[in-house]
Design a binder for this molecule. Sequence first.
Ligand code: ZN
Length: 278
Amino acid sequence: MTPPKHGRRAATPSPARPASVPRTATIGSQHRRTRVAAARSGSAALRPAFAVIAMSFAAAMMVATSVPALAITATDTVARASVYAPAEDTIEYAPQTVEVGSEGVMSPLAAEQYLVEAAPPPIMSQVASLGSVALIDTDAIVWPVQNPTKRSDGFGPRSAPCSGCSSSHDGVDFNPGNGTPVMSIADGVVVLATENGGGLGVNVEVQHNIGGELITSSYAHMQSGSIAVSVGQQVTAGQQLGLVGTTGQSTGPHLHLEMFGADGVRFDGFAWLAARIG
Ligand SMILES: [Zn+2]
């Protein structure tokens, strides 16, 4: 019967292990355990000296940490330091310089890169039956119909298209087709929504605050019963107001869009929209 390998290995002394091998205890090496034990017993004589030093250090730490700082300076008649009047140290440093090669390029920060503006105050619009309504500044502009390229009469003088029609066109005529949705050109508040706007027929007016300027857009000749908003209602750019029709003094289904400022003077809404929408 063969003895277990580990037993035979343990009985065999380590062959000529160099003296410089660290005395780390290795499991299974009885020979080296003995040498480590001998070393420990040799250092036992030094333990009292270490203990005394360690105790002295601990005592010093106790004194240092348990005696308050005030106790040490309590005998001073003049305060040496105060948190209310910190001593000002003056430290002189040689001025620092940075050397830049000739290829270095200065890139100053332009003030225009930081555009910080306070929000402009809202415009107060007087809406019938509602009183004062605040209009928030906006610059998001959209066309009043999906296909704004189809137009008939532009703004300005013209030959009157009907007996009651004006020879000076106060608006722009879009011809996107009967029943096409009519949308608000910008955020705003509805100030007029009537089924009987005289020559303008079914008419909705929306007031806007465009960059701090009071602008009114008027949408005329819409289909009867198509008005989708009410007076005083806040609307957003592109929100449907009604449908293209031919109510009032109109020769065919189209959107008659009038635009004017606070003075009520009509201006060319198409040019104004085209300049802002692009
Ligand atoms: Zn018109």
